[in-house]
Design a protein around this ligand. Structure first.
Ligand SMILES: C[S@@+](CC[C@H](N)C(=O)[O-])C[C@H]1O[C@@H](n2cnc3c(N)ncnc32)[C@H](O)[C@@H]1O
Length: 477
């Protein structure tokens, strides 16, 4: 144990997760001013409350300095103009990571927790908070001289946690690639070479092409429990517009990148498709909710096993957290919650060599026929149309596949779901399963409910979850 507060991973499922202390108790400026004379000049009273002028950079920086010292025992400073983090806001993200690590959603590992902060900044706030709150070790990367110099200074000013934090220049690529070559497939090699070639190129198509993000910065054989990032949110410095109600500083290098946060996070996603299980969780903060949807659909396309999102609200500011993983999900969460969605999908990855998309399609048909549902397989569209009764859906969800002898026909085989004349009894669930080839060894399975407002639509997600479990156990390595 290197410092008094050191602790490794929380017990999975532990309900005693320390929460963000600022959630219910905003900092008390009057009491802080009485304890820290350097803060006193920034505090004034208005409406019976002690306040600070949030548009004064010196005031917000001094508040951050004393909160880190008072609440976390951390010595900290940044030079004029560098992005000044608010401690409550950054604590939200750190606590969310702790929740992800403690959850049983993906396999837990033993040992100590190691994180990677992409773009740690001069302020180095996440490694300092993660190390002091939870005893996590960190690599914090950045590429500007000022960020690297001051992040290093902030680490050295805290000898009690300094051996937990390494600051790494993301411009200096290690000689060897991030992934041992022997472990690479041809596809991955091509992706790495595309990524490395894009470094430092300028691209007019709004893609992120500046210093490397993870690939090339993560060293060979390194593994991490998570990565995190508060990316440059904006495409232009003007757009960063700098909130007139606050002054947190921020230079163009800190606030802006080609393509904005969407391009930056897309780059993390691309790198994650190569590094895969070398990180348990990939995460990023987002400044715009609108970007979440597109990034989430990108994630499902690349075959992640799980996506999680959250909203961080602190005062008047909202931010969003996005997390994904390529680790196998724990069995108990494979059965999906009963939600009323009319289109659902999952990826079948790592399909055993002897199986093709046709085998999967036939297995979909068998799966539903075996519980008595009516099925029509269409091998030209790679789809199966299914009509299942309430009882048949329940038998799938309770028992899995039932005896083939109990098949009951609804005479549905002669009908087409495309035909507008199709009449489906109200107590039946009618849906189509489609099989798409994504890349060798990977299929996308999509299910769409035909009557979106069916009273049985809640059952659709349950039945679809059972199909997922069955296909994965039969076809995937
Ligand atoms: C919005 S600031 C975040 C700083 C700090 N993490 C925080 O939350 O206050 C973004 C940081 O990312 C850095 N950055 C941008 N592109 C990067 C890359 N490819 N690799 C590492 N750092 C990068 C910038 O220099 C800047 O310090």
């Amino acid at each position: 144990m290197r410092n008094g507060k050191k602790r490794g991973r929380s017990e999975p499922g532990s309900t005693k997760k320390p929460r963000n202390k600022y959630s219910d108790n905003p900092p008390d400026f009057a009491s802080l001013a009485s304890l820290y004379p350097s803060f006193k000049p920034f505090v004034f009273f208005s409406g019976g409350r002690a306040r600070i002028d949030w548009t004064d950079y010196n005031a917000t920086r001094e508040l951050t300095r004393i909160l880190l010292l008072h609440d976390h025992g951390v010595n900290w400073w940044i030079p004029d103009g560098q992005l000044c983090p608010t401690v409550p806001n950054r604590s939200n993200y750190i606590h969310w990571i702790n929740d992800l690590l403690s959850s049983e959603v993906i396999q837990s590992l033993g040992g100590e927790v190691k994180g990677f902060d992409i773009g740690t900044g001069a302020n180095c706030i996440y490694p300092l908070l993660g190390a002091s709150l939870f005893g996590w070790s960190f690599v914090g990367s950045d590429f500007t001289a000022v960020a690297l110099e001051w992040a290093e200074k902030n680490v050295k000013s805290n000898p009690h946690i300094s051996d937990l934090i390494e600051i790494r220049d993301s411009k200096v690529l290690p000689q060897s690639s991030s992934v041992p070559e022997s472990e690479l497939t041809i596809h991955e090699e091509a992706e790495i070479s595309a990524t490395v070639q894009s470094i430092n190129l300028v691209d007019d198509n709004q893609t992120y092409t500046e210093p490397a993000v993870l690939l090339g910065v993560v060293k060979e054989n390194e593994t991490f429990d998570f990565c995190m990032s508060n990316p440059p949110f904006f495409e232009t410095f003007e757009e960063s517009g700098l909130n007139p109600k606050t002054s947190c500083g921020g230079t163009p290098e800190e606030m802006v990148c080609n393509g904005g946060e969407q391009a930056f996070v897309s780059c993390i996603i691309e790198d994650s498709t190569v590094l895969r299980q070398r990180f348990r969780w990939y995460t990023s903060m987002l400044g715009k909710k609108a970007n979440l949807k597109l990034l989430i659909s990108k994630l499902w396309q690349v075959g992640v096993t799980i996506v999680k999102t959250t909203e961080f609200v602190q005062g008047q500011t909202s931010r969003w957290g996005l997390a994904w993983s390529f680790m196998p999900t724990a069995r108990k969460i494979i059965a999906p919650p009963v939600v009323k969605k009319s289109v659902l999908s999952f990826m079948l990855e790592g399909i055993k060599r002897q199986y093709s998309a046709v085998d999967v399609l036939q297995s979909v048909e068998e799966f539903f026929k075996s519980c008595g549902a009516s099925c029509k397989l269409n091998s030209s569209t790679f789809s199966v149309d299914i009509v299942a009764s309430d009882d048949q859906c329940n038998s799938i969800s309770k028992n899995g596949i039932t005896d083939v002898d109990s098949v009951r026909s609804y005479g549905y085989d002669k009908q087409s779901l495309d035909g507008s004349s199709l009449q489906v009894p109200e107590d039946n669930l009618s849906f189509r399963i489609l099989v798409f080839q994504q890349m060798p060894g990977t299929l996308l399975i999509k299910g769409s409910l035909q009557q979106k407002d069916s009273p049985l639509s809640g059952l659709f997600s349950v039945v679809f979850g059972c199909l997922e479990e069955s296909l994965k156990s039969k076809f995937c390595r």
